[in-house]
Design a protein around this ligand. Structure first.
Ligand code: ADE
Length: 225
């Protein structure tokens, strides 16, 4: 998979890709991530990428020309499956969207700033708009990092234990069950006995039951979908 991220603040985005699972995925060649600084595509001497709103109103709007230059340049090199715009009024990211995007070959992610981008960018270039939740961030970069993490960990071979993404919360529409490790007894706080039974169908049944109970209490909305 190849991800091209267009941003005015590449430095805000880079560190999540330089550590842990994302770095391992990149080093293993399972994903390529490229950062494109929108200012490099500005056409004036000031390297400006935004301007005031037509019709008046506070806040700057990202202009179409540098974005067009950057996206069109990328599209001249390869075909893209999606051009994603990070915005609080997009579809709220969930595990289903992450699963779907993890199967794509080439994806562009455009990070908004200021008031956002000129509507014509959304109309002409963007194929998918994603929000990471009902709150407003200063820009799309942190959202893009969250989106990339949720996608990249699902690419086959990225997680050491292939099955572990399958047992994540949400992957079967339920929250994950409780988990335990050593010691078996800490200050008298004991691990549930069933986990030592060696009876794996019994353990699986217990986990399913706990996952269901947890979902009923914390996220009943998931059960209605
Ligand atoms: N940009 C600003 N707020 C955002 C959000 N909640 N999700 C994605 N991108 C954003």
């Amino acid at each position: 998979m190849r991800i091209d991220i267009i941003t005015v603040l590449p430095e805000l985005l880079k560190s999540p890709f330089e550590a842990s699972i994302l770095k391992r995925a990149i080093d293993a060649g399972l994903v390529e991530v490229y950062f494109h600084n929108l200012r490099d595509y500005a056409t004036d001497n000031y390297k400006s990428v935004d301007d005031t709103q037509f019709g008046g109103g506070a806040g700057m709007v990202m202009t179409i020309e540098p974005i067009d230059k950057c996206i069109s340049g990328l599209k001249a090199e390869r075909t893209y499956d999606e051009v994603i715009y990070m915005t609080p009024d997009g579809d709220t990211l969930n595990q289903g969207i992450a699963n779907h995007l993890s199967l794509k070959q080439n994806v562009i992610i455009l990070c908004g700033h200021y008031k956002g981008v000129d509507q014509r960018v959304r109309d002409m270039f963007v194929t998918k708009e994603i929000s990471i939740g009902d709150y407003v961030l200063s820009g799309g970069e942190l959202g893009a990092a969250v989106l990339c993490d949720s996608i990249i960990r699902l690419i086959p071979g990225v997680l050491g234990n292939e099955t572990s993404a399958l047992t994540d919360s949400f992957q079967d529409g339920l929250l994950a069950p409780p988990i335990y490790t050593k010691p078996r007894d800490y200050k008298g706080w004991k691990v549930p006995e069933v986990l030592f039974s060696g009876n794996f169908p019994e353990i699986e049944k217990w986990r399913e039951q706990k996952a269901l109970e947890r979902t009923e209490v914390r996220r009943p909305d998931l059960l209605n979908d």
